[in-house]
Design a protein around this ligand. Structure first.
Ligand code: CA
Length: 329
């Protein structure tokens, strides 16, 4: 006991000594790792185990894509459809719409809980989308609500003493509107109930729909950190985005142009322009098993994070990104 006591004292002292004030500053500008759908490179996307794994891997934020159920429960799932990640076609064949698809919004939360979740697959062939990842249709995984996921993350924050953030995305607000539902109103209420109200609350809210994000800022008067997701080259709108958002979320091919004739990676001006307008840049999606023209995952991370100077990345492999940044920063 005595020896452990001394050791503990020494550790506390040495930690104290090595905590110069500048470290806080460095940390403030540290590149952030957002676990894209959890540690989805290793476990079926958006399941609670994938979130717990991402948490343990040291991600700074865990992402939640949100779609409403028939009874207005915010469900953490990537698509408004169910058949690419669940056994819905087997369990509720009668609920198929005439377009041949199964919609989250046609199911109550209780019905959704009856489904088993799998690694993403192509329903036409039943083949996994990513062949080297967790095997499809094995073990038991379930869908869950935004509330359940927040409770997992806040619970882990309590038991580990860390402050890992959430990064929810409002999915397809126009579709929800057409179905008679106001998804943003419901999500903002849940976030507020769990203490996510301002930019200091470790919550970043993202949406592709610019009209909806403006509505969140102007109509709902949200004080949260807002990120405008971007699918295509729209950097001429940066000055407009800066009026209502705090950051942008472009695809990395909107940032990295390609190699020049000498083999050097060329960078578009988007990040520089965003930074000029005080917008953070969190770019997607970094996959170690989908590298495009990059020779390695590390090479891709190096170009995006340190040549293009993005502030954060969405990745299916948070452990690799965390390791890379810790070694590099
Ligand atoms: Ca997303």
């Amino acid at each position: 006991m005595y020896r452990f006591g001394i050791l503990f004292l020494m550790l506390s002292l040495s930690c104290g000594e090595h905590k110069p004030e500048t470290k806080m500053e460095v940390k403030k500008n540290k590149k952030i790792v957002i676990a894209h759908r959890g540690a989805s490179g290793y476990l079926p996307e958006h399941t609670l185990p994938a979130k717990a794994m991402a948490y343990a891997m040291g991600a700074d934020y865990l992402e939640q894509d949100i779609v409403l159920s028939k009874d207005d429960v915010p469900i953490v799932i990537h698509d408004i459809h169910l058949e690419t990640v669940t056994d819905v076609a087997k369990k509720f064949p009668e609920k198929k719409r005439i377009d041949g698809r199964f919609y989250v919004i046609d199911f109550t939360f209780e019905e959704l809980k009856q489904l088993n979740v799998s690694e993403r697959f192509d329903p036409a062939t039943n083949k996994a989308v990513f062949s080297k990842r967790f095997p499809a249709f094995t073990s038991t995984f379930k869908l869950h609500s935004l509330q359940e996921e927040i409770e997992l993350i806040q619970g882990l924050n309590k038991s580990t003493g860390k402050e890992i953030g959430i990064y929810p995305e409002i999915k397809e607000p126009a579709f929800h509107q057409k179905e008679g539902k106001d998804i943003s109103k419901i999500v903002l209420e849940v976030l507020s109930d769990y203490g996510y109200k301002t930019k200091n609350d470790h919550c970043i809210l993202q949406c592709f729909d610019a009209k909806e994000l403006k509505r969140i800022r102007n109509e709902f008067k949200s004080k949260l950190f807002l990120v405008q997701l971007m699918e295509f080259e729209i950097d001429e709108k940066i000055e407009e985005i800066a009026n209502y958002a705090d950051g942008i979320g472009p695809w990395y091919s909107q940032i990295i142009k390609g190699k020049d004739k000498d083999g050097k990676w060329q960078i578009f001006g988007l990040v520089e322009k965003a930074h000029k307008y005080n917008l953070k840049v969190h770019t997607y999606t970094f996959r170690a098993d989908q590298l495009g023209d990059f020779e390695s995952f590390e090479a891709l991370l190096e170009v995006a994070l340190y040549e293009a100077d993005v502030d954060g990345i969405f990745t299916d492999f948070p452990d690799m990104a965390v390791d890379f940044i810790n070694k590099r920063d």
